[in-house]
Design a protein around this ligand. Sequence first.
Ligand code: FPP
Ligand code: MG
Length: 391
Amino acid sequence: MLSLGRGLSCILRTGSFPPSLPVRMVRCGGLILQSSQCKKITSNRRLMSVSSPYSHTNTDSSSSSDPFILLHSDLSSVMQEIHAELLRDLTSESELGEMSLYYFDGKGKSLRPLISLCIGHAYNLHTNRSDQEALSNQRKVALISEMIHTASLIHDDILDHAESRRGKESINLKWNIKKSTLAGDYVLGVGSKLLSSIQNPDVVQILSQVLADLVKGEFMQLQTKEEKGERFTDYLNKSFNKTASLMAYSCKANVVLSGGNKDDIENSFQYGRNIGIAFQLVDDLLDFVSSADMLGKPAAADLQLGLATAPVLFAARRFPELELLINRRFNQTGDVEKAFSLVLKSTGLDETKSLARTHCNKAVLALRDLKDSEYKAGLIHLCDKVLNRIK
Ligand code: FPP
Ligand code: MG
């Protein structure tokens, strides 16, 4: 796969920028870019904050409601507990043991466990439920959500022929495709065992749906809708399946475990659904404005994979010539570079951010009937973090 750096050097080779035109190249966030592109990316980065991956909050700048601080001790042992589950029937010296732990290295955001735990605590207070059994099962849901997520990333890296993830060599490259497929299956298998140990058929049903959705989402991504009017709906459905479903159903599972009523369960689902879609929109935006160094994986990777995400779909309304490129999944020489530059010229990035903001607002609205608590404040704060993250 081409990194953005290689992709842009490809721009120079493919003639999109004829050598006869003097093009000023500058170093921009570790990349060599055309100076106009660098300016555009830099100004787009101002849409994001630059201090930490999860940056300041516009709605509440106090760290007291920062869910990562609030749940710090809860979250600190999630990785060790996952390691313990994975190694229950294996030794860490075994190859399968080593492989299955490889992505549970504490370098991820732990966003799914955070959401699961925070919503669980918030609804436990709402329903006055504080028994150990509910807490322990909600914790299992938090672990399972991270295990499902990581298993899907392992399989995704195989499908995408990824070379890196979170700044290190991807599993499929470090080992091989066959062993990596099995390592992903193993993580999923151990997660399923943990799920059955909750001994709640509703929760099993709720979280099983995520597995079906993830596969559906990944399958949808293999195809491009020919009818351009259907593309945006298809993109949003795909985003629900591949990203938001896990967050939505983990929320639902933990509110079922807290004894929430029908409305509580539906509201928690809507919170997870909307923050999940916002997360994916920002992910797709970052693919255009963040450097590979910052992302820990190649930037502009989506175009290279043939994917037309929200920034491109919005840009195509202003530049209809993108339609042809979208339909052929950017598979001809120069397509990726042309699409990249048209997206930067369009308002596609702002519109993507604005749509993400709309979904964050809907997520916050879904919490309107929830009793006030520090955890509710944390869930609201999280929407802002998702919206303003830079990696
Ligand atoms: C990352 O997408 C991938 C996902 C969120 C889901 C992948 C799902 C599957 C491979 C289906 C199989 C599922 C299971 C549970 C085994 P991305 O490529 O946009 O993100 P990236 O840039 O981080 O790779
Ligand atoms: Mg991928």
